[in-house]
Ligand binder design. Structure first.
Ligand SMILES: [Zn+2]
Length: 190
């Protein structure tokens, strides 16, 4: 997707300023981006994963209100078990900053991070993690384990959950429902 198309899709699904397609903290019309706007940007990345046939999870990294890193889930196409949305967004942001330490940055992700991504968030010194839907199977922010509650491990990151949880969960449940239907159809043809 081109940059213009990305901005257009963000603006199309966003409640932010409709006068421009800003992804900055404050647009030229004075609209201040909030958690919901950034989660919509993460959802937009999830839709890219969906288009690629991957489990639809997306993430963005925000510094001083500006999106500096983007990523979507792509372990199948990249042949990489670490290619989760959060890892890609963190790598993108660290490249942008020229520093693996992303202090004062926030990570927005559509699904509760797994243990690997929770570890990466801590190594990156992310100040705040915001996620949408909970993951009862691999969630490491309270659903299965809570890595961030371990004070000996976590010195940096504040966690906020449930932002656009319904939309973030719906894109996943639709994906899995469709996949189950396709598998059933496949079995029917045998
Ligand atoms: Zn992960």
């Amino acid at each position: 997707m081109s940059k213009t198309a990305l901005k257009a899709s963000i603006i199309a699904t966003s409640s932010n300023c409709h006068g421009c397609a800003t992804v900055a903290a404050v647009c030229q019309h004075g609209y201040l981006m909030n958690d919901t706007d950034y989660m919509r940007a993460a959802l937009d990345m999830a839709s890219r994963a969906l288009a690629a046939g991957e489990v639809p999870v997306g993430a963005v990294v925000v510094m001083s209100g500006e999106i500096i890193g983007r990523g979507f889930n792509a372990p199948i196409s990249r042949h990489d078990p670490t290619a989760h949305a959060e890892m890609s967004a963190l790598r993108d942001a660290a490249r942008h900053r020229g520093n693996y330490r992303l202090v004062d940055c926030e990570l927005f992700v559509t699904l509760e991070p797994c243990l690997m991504c929770a570890g990466a968030v801590m190594h990156a010194r992310i100040a705040r993690l915001v996620y949408g839907a909970s993951d009862p199977k691999t969630g490491a922010c309270g659903s299965v384990v809570d890595a961030f509650a371990e004070k000996l491990l976590n010195h940096h990151t504040e966690v906020t959950s449930g932002v656009l949880a319904e939309q973030c969960g719906a894109i996943l449940s639709d994906f899995f429902a469709e996949r189950r239907a396709e598998q059933k159809k496949g079995r029917g043809n045998v």
